[in-house]
Write a protein that binds this ligand. Structure first.
Ligand code: HPA
Length: 260
């Protein structure tokens, strides 16, 4: 049975323990191996497939992730919609640790990643529309679920995709802020663009793990802080995912090629 939705889990969500797992399979693709096996299960009455973006043991850094294999493996299953969960740093003042954020725009600062399926053996050069990088209908469902749960959520923001794996300098964050970015993470691109190339509905649920570099003068960002905030934040994400499942009706179950 084709899963109703794919969930890509990021840092802090390498296993989805709310999923009643039925089986798993390796998802090899023409682009290589995905980050983890495809884990099938049931969540709130629907079939869901889960993929751990950094691997089940969180061993793949952002720049080493095979984004093409991940998206292709999900696409090949016939999945039409993808919820991407991601840890981020908070740039905008109201992006406090623990808050959920649903970006509607993205700026790509990454480099050297395989960012397209339209590269080799082309019959024609292809440019996809990416004006609205996230699926509006799927975002709306996530926001609806967050509201119903009374979660502290930011409903509109711009995601800065940084290269990593190091965190940013204070000047880099100031530049991102001048560019209009509100949150910063390392995995949002090329994931979102590849999903669009495949006609998948794609939306991100971000969890703010820390204030971005330089936002609190004199404070060093530690993995311990990030992990502590994510533990709590991902608890809310799991509740949100269960809540959003019944909202994923036909409006979001078919593929799309625009930002609607
Ligand atoms: N920067 C980039 N990626 C991140 C951060 C950050 O501060 N926190 C969690 N992921």
């Amino acid at each position: 049975m084709t899963p109703a939705v794919a969930i890509i889990g990021g840092t802090g969500l390498t296993r989805l323990d709310t999923l009643t797992i039925t089986h798993q399979e390796a998802g090899s693709t023409p682009y290589g191996e995905p980050s983890s096996p495809l884990i099938y299960g049931e969540l709130n009455g629907r079939v869901v497939v889960f993929l751990a973006r950094h691997g089940l043991d969180h061993t793949l850094p952002p720049h080493k992730i095979n984004y093409r294999a991940n998206l292709w493996a999900l696409h090949r299953l016939g999945v039409k919609q993808v919820i991407a969960v991601a840890a981020v740093g908070g740039i905008r003042d109201d992006m406090e640790p623990g808050v959920l954020a649903f970006p509607d725009q993205i700026i790509d600062y990454t480099w050297g990643r395989h960012g397209t399926f339209f590269e080799d053996n082309l019959t024609q050069v292809t440019h996809i529309d990416f004006t609205e990088p996230y699926c509006g209908a799927l975002r709306e469902r996530l926001i609806q679920a967050a509201r119903a749960l009374n979660f502290d959520a930011r409903e509109s923001c711009t995601y800065a995709a940084a290269q990593g794996p190091r965190l940013e300098t204070a000047a880099e964050i100031r530049r991102m802020e001048r560019d209009g970015c509100d949150i910063v993470g390392m995995t949002g691109m090329p994931e979102a663009a590849l999903a669009r190339e495949l006609g998948l509905r794609y939306a991100t649920c971000a969890v703010v793990a820390n204030r971005a570099a330089g936002k609190i003068p004199g404070v060093t960002i530690t993995m311990a802080e990030i992990e502590r905030n994510l533990l709590e934040g991902m608890g809310r994400v799991k509740t949100l995912l269960a809540r959003v499942i019944p909202l994923l009706d036909e409006a979001t179950a078919t593929g799309q090629t625009d930002g609607a």
